[in-house]
Design a protein around this ligand. Structure first.
Ligand code: OOG
Ligand code: NI
Length: 455
């Protein structure tokens, strides 16, 4: 079949993210309320900041502004993760980065499936934070064996989804009709199930080992546990959530508010307690699903990231603050040592930048001979540098999001270390290195402007 008959992977991803959003808003009405609040605050922010509005418009970002940026699921076996890799590849989403959450007392390790090239990110940056349960972290031998046995009995994918994945791999893509069917079938994997596959006693035993283990093991599939739209003003949304009947987690995760935003700031509403039918006709509840919002800033280089980690650590030496305002003040004090102007961030090589020609640069291009390095060309007004947006996740923040939904039970860190090799073995390929992706973007843009100017 000719290539042009296939629906582009980017479009399949958009079909998927919009279908998922529709399903989740039906399943979790509070999430719809959050979406509405986010859209309103985004609108107000734009009205108050015409420059921001212009910038988003120029980047073609206005249209998708308040739509989902990411979601998250947790799977139980290597085979499940491996199949997800194949499914996400059909939507142009590839595993980037390895996150070890065991360090924070959560018995999973994770990656983010996301688009990796610039055009695809611009088209639709939707990504799925995907965690694999680490059964080896269940201390009780009998319980561990039981959990493994329960997981071995389930198939979280429909037969048609499996068939279409094989077909897509064989053909090299899916037609529009096949893609629509594929998305509908894959959506089944992410659906909520009110019926648990186990009885209440088994659920409780797994819950006692760790609430997350019960969440992964006791259901027919890995229900999507949250979706996350983009906000332009996370502080305002956090503050306004209670007024629309939503209970936010105590603090916003990530860096403080800054003039030059870095990395990722996130907050969520706490997971809902939902009615569950357990095997043997027993009634109970389960707490898993929530809503989250995110505000993204500049991607940091390894040097910038090391400084971020150091300052975050420093701020965490002080006792944890229960209210967001005090937390943010404490954070801001610690981050006073992080340069907050684009010039310093760039020249100290703390952040990644994309280089492009200015209007004067475009006029100069082709005439050649504009000598000098990038800094000189920027100073001469021929080249401009704009921050590259961070597209990945932060393990400390992710742990904070997990923890806020674990019902207050505090967990010790697991002694087990990160095990990226085991994760990649399960996944069926290595994860991509996020720093390498940003560095390539930056270097490619630099090469292009230098070439255009004949420098
Ligand atoms: C994933 C939590 C991590 C984020 O945005 O950092 C996450 C989960 O609860 O399964 O989604
Ligand atoms: Ni999230």
């Amino acid at each position: 079949m000719a290539l042009e008959h296939f629906l582009p992977a980017d479009d399949i991803r958009t079909l998927f993210s919009t279908s998922m959003s529709r399903m989740y808003q039906q399943e979790v009405p509070q999430y719809g309320t959050l979406m509405q609040l986010v859209a309103e605050v985004n609108e107000q922010t734009l009205a108050g900041e015409p420059a921001l509005q212009q910038q988003l418009q120029d980047n073609g970002e206005l249209e998708r502004l308040s739509l989902e940026r990411h979601g998250a699921i947790r799977v139980g076996t290597a085979a499940e993760l491996n199949m997800l890799r194949r499914i996400f590849a059909i939507m142009g989403m590839y595993p980037v980065s390895y996150y070890d959450l065991s360090e924070a007392g959560v018995p999973v390790h994770s990656t983010a499936f996301r688009p990796v090239d610039e055009a695809s990110l611009r088209h639709n940056p939707f990504r799925i934070f995907t965690s694999l349960l680490r059964l080896e972290l269940i201390a009780d031998d009998a319980l561990r064996a039981q959990a493994a046995e329960i997981l071995a009995r389930r198939d979280i994918f429909t037969a048609t989804a499996r068939k279409l994945v094989a077909q897509a791999e064989e053909q090299g893509g899916l037609t529009a009709d096949q893609a629509r069917q594929f998305v509908a079938e894959v959506l089944e994997t992410f659906r909520w199930h009110q019926h648990a596959t186990v009885d209440l006693a088994t659920y409780q035993a797994l819950q006692d080992a760790h609430r997350l283990i019960a969440d992964v093991v006791c259901f027919r599939g890995p229900h999507i546990n949250h979706l996350t739209p983009r906000t332009l003003d996370i502080d305002t949304v956090q503050q306004q959530m209670p007024a629309v009947g939503i209970n936010p987690k105590a603090v916003i995760e990530g860096p403080p508010r800054r003039r030059c935003p870095i990395l990722l700031r996130q907050t969520s509403f706490t997971a809902l307690e939902e009615a569950i039918h357990f095997a043997g006709d027993q009634a109970g509840t389960h707490t898993a699903r929530f809503g989250e919002i995110e505000q993204r800033g500049m991607a940091l280089t390894p040097k910038g990231r090391a400084l971020y980690d150091e300052l975050l650590n420093r701020s965490r030496q002080a006792p944890a603050q229960a209210d967001n305002e005090t937390h943010q003040r404490q954070l801001a004090a610690a981050f006073a040592d992080f340069p907050d102007d684009e010039h310093s961030l760039r020249t100290q090589q703390l952040g990644y930048f994309r280089y492009s020609l200015t209007e004067a640069g475009r006029q100069q291009a082709g005439h050649g001979g504009a000598g000098g390095d990038l800094n000189a060309l920027i100073e001469a007004g021929l080249v401009q540098a704009t921050p590259i947006t961070y597209e990945d996740f932060l393990p400390v923040s992710a742990a904070g999001i997990f923890q806020s939904n674990l019902g207050g039970t505090h967990h010790q860190a697991y002694a087990q270390n990160a095990n990226q090799a085991a994760f990649e073995q399960a996944l069926g390929c290595p994860v991509r290195d996020e720093f390498a992706l940003y560095a390539t973007l930056q270097d490619d843009s630099a090469r292009q402007v230098l070439q255009a100017l004949g420098a």
